[in-house]
Design a protein around this ligand. Structure first.
Ligand SMILES: Cc1cc2nc3c(=O)[nH]c(=O)nc-3n(C[C@H](O)[C@H](O)[C@H](O)COP(=O)(O)OP(=O)(O)OC[C@H]3O[C@@H](n4cnc5c(N)ncnc54)[C@H](O)[C@@H]3O)c2cc1C
Length: 379
């Protein structure tokens, strides 16, 4: 059921002679594809989206939406697309007391969301690892990340979603679909917990709440909601996040060393796969780059606090068994306590804080999402 559009609003058309047009079409991650739309829109509200969709339907122009520009395929940057609606100006994050959930506008990035959740409420949703990904394109695909071994997918916490859709007569409208069994729009919510974005409509807002949470809190305002942490509406943010990285030079790796390394990684993954493994708080990724890249890389993130370094040592020892040991081992600890934020394992500033071989660093980045702490380096 679509809520009727209340006013015949309009939204500015930005054409190729405007620098904002280029900014929208150039934010694509995958440079293989290039868009040439007739115009783009910068949506600042759900009404702007409705107006853009109404225009496109009336004029028969193919429309797509973009949030963070991190499409891996050519879905946005398709030369056949005639209109792009960019919802990135919609990036508000607030606590909705009526729903007892955090409301995130679709244009907010993963990094902004991690930061707001941790800083305002001391909680976390297990989002992906690249801070510039847009929430509008991310969550509907399920969204896995470095906390997924402990907390599942971001979509597991999706309580409700606001979507601009078009009915059979071509009339656009706004739907809020929730996971409530009694909700007639529940199927739409279900489709947006894994089917991927860009399919059923334009996502404008997402509400996050644990499936086990009680619902409306009765809190009078967002400040009250700050006292409601942990299991009540979302998982508590980890006290600290430790990121690590190590590598092998392709110069040191022959065919049998490579086979053994990959085999060791598989054995480790199988051995530590259970939910009660002492390594369940460790997430790792091996990057098997081609020879021209020069090296193979492993990266990881742990929420085990002081035990994290031992986890990395155990992991690297298991990978190196009977083959070449990793070099250039680096790690960095960021404290993400209630008032602080979750750093991303691919955050360039965080990675820049560690550089030398076997260097240990506590990150200290003023004005950045991670904790400001005394910088300490030991070798
Ligand atoms: C470097 C990189 C790292 C990644 N890491 C992870 C990861 O750790 N975990 C993970 O799960 N995924 C990861 N992804 C995949 C990423 O989640 C998806 O590509 C996601 O769709 C990107 O969303 P976006 O809004 O940034 O991209 P966009 O290019 O803006 O959009 C991507 C798709 O989503 C649609 N879309 C965008 N906004 C909306 C909206 N508001 N409503 C409806 N549809 C919309 C677009 O039309 C398009 O089809 C990664 C991608 C990249 C490029």
């Amino acid at each position: 059921m679509l809520a009727p559009v209340t006013s015949a609003s309009s939204v500015e058309r930005i054409t190729p002679d405007d620098p904002r047009y280029r900014a929208v079409i150039e934010k694509r991650f995958n440079r293989r594809f290039a868009a040439r739309p007739d115009h783009v829109h910068l949506a600042r509200s759900t009404n702007d989206v409705v107006a853009a969709v109404a225009d496109a339907v009336r004029e028969g122009r193919r429309l797509v939406v973009t949030s963070g520009g991190h499409c891996l395929e050519g879905f946005v940057s398709d030369p056949e697309v005639k209109v792009i609606v960019d919802v990135s100006p919609m990036s508000g994050i607030s606590f909705d007391t009526a729903r007892g959930a955090v409301c995130v506008e679709a244009g907010a990035t993963v990094g902004q969301t991690f930061r707001a959740l941790a800083e305002n409420w001391g909680v976390v949703v297990p989002l992906g690892e690249q801070p510039a990904i847009g929430m509008g394109g991310h969550v509907a695909g399920g969204a896995f990340g470095f906390l997924c071994r402990q907390l599942g997918l971001a979509a597991d916490y999706l309580h409700a979603v606001e979507v601009v859709t078009v009915d059979g007569s071509g009339q656009p409208g706004v739907v809020v679909a929730t996971r409530e069994p009694s909700d007639p729009n529940r199927e739409l919510w279900w489709g947006l917990t894994g089917a991927g974005a860009g399919n059923f409509g334009v996502i404008t807002r997402l509400w996050f709440r644990s499936p086990t949470a009680a619902g409306a809190t009765g809190a009078a305002n967002a400040a009250d909601a700050a006292d409601i942490t942990g299991a009540v509406f979302l998982p508590r943010a980890p006290d600290s996040i430790t990121t690590f990285r190590a590598e092998w030079s392709w110069d040191d790796i022959d065919r049998s060393a490579f086979s053994r390394l990959v085999q060791n990684h598989g054995i480790w993954s199988e051995r530590t796969a259970s939910a009660d493994s002492p390594y369940a708080s460790l997430w790792t990724l091996i990057e098997l780059h081609r020879k021209q890249f020069g090296k193979l890389i492993v990266r990881g993130v742990s929420t085990a606090g002081d035990a994290a370094e031992q986890q990395f040592d155990d992991f690297l020892a298991a990978l190196g068994e009977g083959t070449v040991a990793a070099s250039n081992r680096e790690w960095a600890r960021c404290h993400g306590s209630r008032s602080r934020s979750i750093p991303s394992p691919t955050c360039s500033r965080c990675r820049r804080a560690v550089s030398a071989s076997r260097r240990r660093t506590r990150c200290s980045r003023s004005g950045s999402p991670i904790a400001r702490s005394a910088s300490r380096t030991t070798t």
